[in-house]
Design a protein around this ligand. Structure first.
Ligand code: GAP
Length: 452
């Protein structure tokens, strides 16, 4: 794993996210729920903007991908077919002394768990680590009023299976021809053993997944390469620094049970976390569709009419976490800097304007001479097109700082001249340059700069 040369900003981000309403700990007033987080007013906008960009790039802007929204609860046999009941387990060891739990392959464990010389990495005691035991990562619940083994269902640990079981429904209802894809965004749940690092690894998270169905007799590796390149380009388009992104190829040992080939797109989160996966691009072969055919007894073959051929397609999957990518965006955007000519520095979230939760701050310079009324009129007009924040309290410099810190790309000031000639100043978050623009053109000016 390459060592990061970027600073660790996680602690500062966690604090900013709470203070400014991006992310709160779930059920905080009860002491919090382990590794579950709630998105506040600004966080929900950021994540929604991110998901909208993905949906646009993967579904709306293409004619070969269809969107769906499958249910979280699925037939329990789905998870037998997918391999999750048998294979979605991690070997774990428990410390009898400090009660902490670790992955059996944790490099910090010295010695062999279960033997007297094995040492707990947390409390340092020797001989207290249990032997490795398998631990299933799926959340179980019960459907219906009776809690018995017949009513066990699982919260889905990935959204992909909702796509496989609907493969023919979508193909036949839309008359798509192979190669084509199905995409969805939705919640997934994993009883992670070692969650942490804020929203990086949580027990409830959102995935944006796309399964692309290809003819096994075609050059399917070419599609794998195509999707690798497309997905990396998408991350660049979000404004993630190219030098903080790279591919990591899975070795034979790392490949998931379903995968023939896999690459992670990793982002450098800085500090000790360093480069970590934010997206997986997987060649899943015909594993999933074949298994669902076998377990359901229903054919999941595609009929290639021109060639009068039936086949089970291969699948190229792209799977990206919305929460993890939102965290990458925040880490990438966070900076503290001096401001030329000013004694106080500033904290900035240099988010791409299309991702920023608030697009413009609107400030009356002073609370008199018609400036508040004009600012209110402009804010109301702009709010019909994008989120704005009207702020009339405190020195103008402070108001700029408050917007810089949440990534607002533009700040509009209504000053003495505005009430005379109808123009306002628009300050750019990054260059600090100000331009004077006529009131009626402010909306178009900003929309043009938000771009895609
Ligand atoms: N369908 C394939 C699949 O689920 P994965 O590599 O296990 O593959 C894909 O997950 C993406 O989902 C990851 O790259 C990550 O962004 C996100 N993800 C997985 N587990 C997560 C967790 N516990 N918390 C937050 N995001 C997670």
């Amino acid at each position: 794993m390459p060592v990061s040369t970027n600073p660790d900003v996680m602690e500062k981000l966690v604090s900013l996210c709470k203070r400014r309403g991006f992310v709160f700990q779930s059920s905080e007033i009860y002491g919090g729920t382990g590794s579950v987080w709630d998105y506040g007013p600004l966080g929900v906008e950021l994540k929604k903007n991110l998901k909208d960009r993905w949906w646009h790039a993967m579904v709306r802007a293409r004619d070969d991908i269809q969107g769906i929204d499958a249910a979280i609860l699925m037939h329990p046999r789905v998870w037998e077919a997918s391999g999750h009941v048998a294979g979605f387990t991690d070997p774990m060891v428990d410390c009898r002394n400090c009660k902490k739990r670790f992955r059996a392959d944790d490099p910090k464990i010295k010695g062999t768990p279960g033997t007297p010389d094995a040492q707990c990495p947390a409390c340092g005691m020797k001989g207290t680590l249990s032997e490795a035991r398998l631990f299933n990562l799926m959340f179980k619940t019960f459907m219906g009023p009776v809690e018995d083994t017949a009513s066990v269902v699982y919260l889905r640990p990935e959204t992909a299976q909702g796509i496989y079981v609907n493969f023919l429904n979508v193909q036949q209802s839309t008359r798509q021809k192979v190669p084509f894809g199905i995409a969805q965004i939705g919640k997934a749940f994993r009883n992670e053993i070692t969650p942490g690092n804020f929203v990086f690894r949580t027990r409830e998270f959102e995935q944006m997944e796309m399964q692309f169905f290809v003819d096994p007799q075609s050059d399917h590796m070419q599609w794998f390469e195509y999707w690798k390149a497309q997905r990396m380009e998408w991350h660049h388009g979000l404004g993630l620094s190219p030098e903080r992104l790279h591919f990591h190829a899975h070795t034979a040992d790392e490949l998931a049970h379903y995968a023939r080939a896999a690459f992670d797109i990793q982002f450098d989160f800085g500090g000790t976390l360093g480069f970590q996966e934010i997206e997986g691009v997987h060649h899943r072969g015909d594993f999933d569709l074949s298994r669902h055919q076998e377990y359901s007894g229903k054919k999941l073959e595609y009929f290639d009419q021109p060639n009068n051929r039936r086949f089970v397609p291969y699948v190229i999957e792209t799977s990206v976490g919305a929460d993890r990518t939102a965290l990458a965006l925040l880490v990438n955007a966070y900076r503290e800097e001096e401001v030329p000519g000013e004694s106080e520095g500033r904290t900035v979230l240099g988010l791409h304007p299309s991702l920023a939760p608030i697009k413009a701050g609107v400030f009356p310079l002073v609370k008199k001479d018609g400036m508040p009324e004009m600012a209110e009129r402009i804010a109301a007009e702009l709010r019909r097109r994008f989120p704005v924040f009207l702020d009339d309290s405190g020195a103008i410099g402070r108001r700029y700082r408050r917007q810089d810190e949440v990534g607002t790309p533009f700040c509009i000031t209504v000053d003495g001249q505005s009430t005379q000639d109808g123009t306002v100043t628009i300050r750019d978050r990054d260059t600090l340059q100000q331009e004077r623009v006529a009131g009626p053109f402010v909306g178009d000016y900003i929309m043009e700069r938000i771009g895609n």
